[in-house]
Design a protein around this ligand. Structure first.
Ligand code: HCA
Ligand code: CU
Length: 387
């Protein structure tokens, strides 16, 4: 069964301007745990005392999820992370020739040696630790380097190799496909008689993070990384809500994820990250299940399936009808029915429609059923006056 790794507290905090205070980090971890994610990446403890403290507290909360710390490939990072009591350690070290030559000034055999030593050291410190090794920028790195370091990392004790599309470079169905990359890397392991778990970490620079993650999953990836609201470096990574709904609804993954709790988590993260939830954000956005144009509402009221392929009830929401300049008679009738006005004349309905359309032309929609009720009252008055 595919596992979900949420990195809101690590990758998410790499969003410019985003920092969750300690008490809010604990609340986010608890909410993620209640939803049922498998791994919570809680932070990189060496970055600051407060992050160290938060990772330690989260690791001690007794959550069901595994708690992960992020770590460079150094003894100091590993010691600090393990000191927090985590049960999952994510070690990263880039092995692209560009980085080895241009930044680290080291060759691949030095890098492999350094990485394997650290992995073996971590394994020795904590035998039951889950260790992930990520060759950062995996997909743009020389494949032979990736294969060499990944095999050595697994032999040294890594349980998981993460394929990072650090710059959101992959495109499904092309020669830059995550599907093909997963297949190719798995073949390397099979040849070596190794079977580590494969994770995919997909950035969203081209808006393809979710598509690439699903591509990787279809090729056999075991773990998918994501964050709430898809936050992270630059354009961020895979969005948690979209990922869970897609896996549950379209890949029919049977889990006990509590999708009804997603909205609450998103509102919380949105508030403390100070990132507005876009109205058109899939699944969570205000408009995600709202029908607007007259033609759409006419058909959707008869049977919602005409204009949606995902049921709002999956995340505890309801189909909504927007009342504005696009509305037609059936939208208004539907709204009036919802406020208990069923047996009404056509001329009255037309009058309400007229009011609704003029509100729409000012650039807003009728706020809610309460406003519709006020409009209906106003129109009723008009009808009576003309008598
Ligand atoms: C980073 C880059 C990273 C690492 C992913 C990982 C990426 O360190 O910020 O350690 O698995 O995208 O490559 O997020
Ligand atoms: Cu990343």
């Amino acid at each position: 069964m595919v596992k979900i790794l949420d990195a809101t507290l690590r990758e998410g905090e790499q969003t410019p301007g985003v920092y969750f205070e300690g008490h809010n980090k604990l609340a986010i971890a608890e909410k993620l745990d209640n939803i049922g994610v498998d791994i919570i990446e809680a932070g990189h403890p060496l970055i600051s005392k407060n992050i160290y403290k938060a990772v330690k507290q989260i690791a001690n909360m007794g959550l069901k999820a595994k708690i992960a710390a992020h770590s460079r490939s150094t003894k100091k990072d590993v010691d600090t992370a393990l000191d927090c009591g985590v049960d999952f350690l994510g070690i990263f070290y880039c092995v692209s020739n560009a980085r080895l030559d241009g930044v680290f000034k080291k060759d691949i055999s030095y890098a492999v040696d350094q990485i394997t030593k650290i992995i073996a050291y971590a394994r020795e410190q904590q035998p039951d630790l889950t260790i992930r090794y990520t060759p950062e920028d995996t997909v743009r790195s020389n494949f032979d380097n990736v294969a060499q370091v990944a095999v050595a990392a697994v032999k040294a004790g890594a349980d998981i190799i993460s394929i990072a599309d650090t710059t959101g470079y992959m495109i499904p169905g092309t020669d830059r496909s995550m599907y093909d990359f997963v297949v190719k890397l798995k073949a390397v392991f099979t040849k070596e008689n190794l079977s580590p778990q494969i994770a995919v970490h997909c950035h969203n620079d081209r808006g393809l993070a979710l598509a690439n993650a699903i591509d990787g999953y279809r090729a056999g990836a075991d773990i998918i990384d994501c964050t709430v609201l898809g936050i992270g470096e630059r354009a961020g990574i895979v969005d948690l809500a979209q990922l869970l709904v897609l896996l549950r609804e379209d890949f029919e993954i049977k889990t006990d994820w509590d999708l009804l709790r997603l909205s609450n988590l998103y509102e919380f993260v949105s508030e403390y990250a100070d990132i507005t939830i876009a109205k058109n954000l899939p699944i969570i956005g205000k408009n995600a299940f709202t029908h607007c144009a007259g033609v759409h509402t006419h058909a959707a009221v008869m049977n919602p399936i005409h204009y949606h392929s995902l049921a709002p009830e999956v995340v505890g929401r309801k189909m909504e009808i927007c009342l504005d300049h696009m509305s037609g008679i059936s939208s208004v009738k539907y709204g009036l029915k919802r406020i208990g006005m069923e047996d009404i004349s056509d001329s009255f309905t037309m009058q309400v429609l007229h009011e609704v359309k003029s509100i729409g032309e000012t650039g807003r929609t009728v706020n809610d059923l309460k406003e519709l009720e006020r409009i209906a009252l106003w129109c009723k008055q008009n009808v009576e006056d003309t008598l």
